[in-house]
Design a binder for this molecule. Structure first.
Ligand code: PMP
Length: 365
């Protein structure tokens, strides 16, 4: 059996599917990386061979995501979760407030960290609607004196996604893009900062990508522990301490793969086609499957749905597992079903899931 045939239909929410071509390339150069006589994991992070990998990944990210020159790209550790704390630590001074738009569990977590460190407030929340939607842009009332405004661009657990972002004027807009970064083109110039754990669309876990406007960097507090200051990492090209070298190498290779696919426009179109297959199965099911998100807020990355009752849902998940589908259980906090269709999930996996859903409905209604 070829490697391709052994690949699972992987709908995991993160860590999640990586492109097969990238895995095969990594395998091929694992033992002797580009003539160095060692793997990329064994290289010194100060060696020219690693520096080339590191800088190429940064430059590729800048090019593919069309990041303007007045931004820096940092590779940090501690996941997006550490950013929940680093953001208020660096950018929320005493006497100022920061506005948070609450669209799900990850917004709540970000807010809770800010509460430990300063004074956040809720600009809007869709909690009363079970986080089924993203608030309308004209409902967002923030103050021009806010230190920043924080949004979660894609809500991994509830399956909603912002299609447009608010214009916050001079107030820096900060976005957690952990679960949709580089799944579509975004106007980076609207943001003060974008951050994301790499483990969904960009590579393995262990690397956190931070894209930050130089003006915002200038505003950061200075009296902080060294590792928790963005300026430490920016001054040292993210090589202040030992970075996650293998993760950065993989990230660079995933970016190459995105480039080969035709860049973000092409990837976005493909993601739309993939998600449509599954949303159509939901919408055409006459209520056998129920989408959690309201149609105008649907995520192209995490498709969340329920069946008529828990018993039927259990049967669906058990039979799906039996048929080779992985990761279709909803997040443990809300249950239901979720298919995560990140960049590297092939359309064939989505077609197979659609077929499975149609078949299951026919047999069980
Ligand atoms: N934000 C979002 C939107 C997420 O989906 C996740 C992880 N699933 C996180 C933050 C937390 O990321 P990490 O595990 O990298 O800390």
């Amino acid at each position: 059996m070829s490697q391709t045939n052994q690949r699972a239909y992987n709908f995991n929410a993160g860590p999640s599917a990586l492109p097969l071509a990238v895995l095969e390339k990594a395998q091929q150069e694992l033992v002797n990386f580009r003539g160095t006589g060692m793997s990329v994991m064994e290289l010194s992070h100060r060696s020219p061979a690693f520096e080339e990998v590191h800088n190429a990944a940064i430059n590729r990210l800048k090019a593919l995501f069309a990041i303007p020159d007045n931004y820096e790209v940092l590779f940090l550790q501690g996941g997006a979760s550490l950013q929940f704390s680093m953001i208020p630590m660096n950018f929320l001074p005493e006497g100022q407030q920061a506005g948070y738009v609450m669209t799900g569990s990850w917004s709540e977590k970000a807010y809770q960290e800010a509460e430990l460190l300063g004074k956040p407030y809720e600009i809007a929340s869709t909690k009363d609607n079970k986080y089924r939607n993203i608030p309308a842009l004209d409902e967002l009332q923030f103050n021009s004196t806010d230190a920043y405004v924080h949004v979660t661009s894609n809500n991994t657990i509830y399956g909603t996604q912002w299609s447009e972002f608010p214009d916050t004027g001079d107030v820096p807009l900060i976005a957690d893009m952990s679960s949709d970064i580089m799944s579509r083109p975004v106007d980076v110039s609207k943001f003060g900062m974008i951050y994301a754990g790499a483990q969904k669309n960009l590579g393995p876990s262990g690397v956190t990508v931070v894209i930050i406007h130089k003006d915002l960097l200038e505003k950061a507090k200075s009296e902080l522990p060294t590792m928790l200051k963005y300026s430490t990492h920016s001054k040292n090209n993210s090589l202040y301490n030992t970075p996650p070298t293998f993760g950065i190498y993989m990230l660079g290779e995933v970016l190459n793969w995105i480039e080969e696919k035709g860049g973000l426009e092409a990837v976005a179109k493909h993601n739309e086609e993939k998600a449509k297959l599954i949303y159509d199965a939901i919408d055409d099911s006459n209520g056998f499957y129920n989408g959690h998100a309201t149609p105008d807020s649907r995520s192209l990355m995490n498709i969340t749905f329920t069946l008529a009752n828990e018993e039927l849902e259990k049967k669906f998940l058990a039979e799906a597992k039996e048929a080779g589908f992985v990761g279709l259980n909803g997040h443990r906090s809300i249950g239901g079903c979720r298919a995560s269709t990140y960049n590297a999930v092939p359309i064939e996996a989505c077609q197979a899931l659609r077929d499975f859903m149609l078949d299951f409905q026919q047999k069980n209604s």
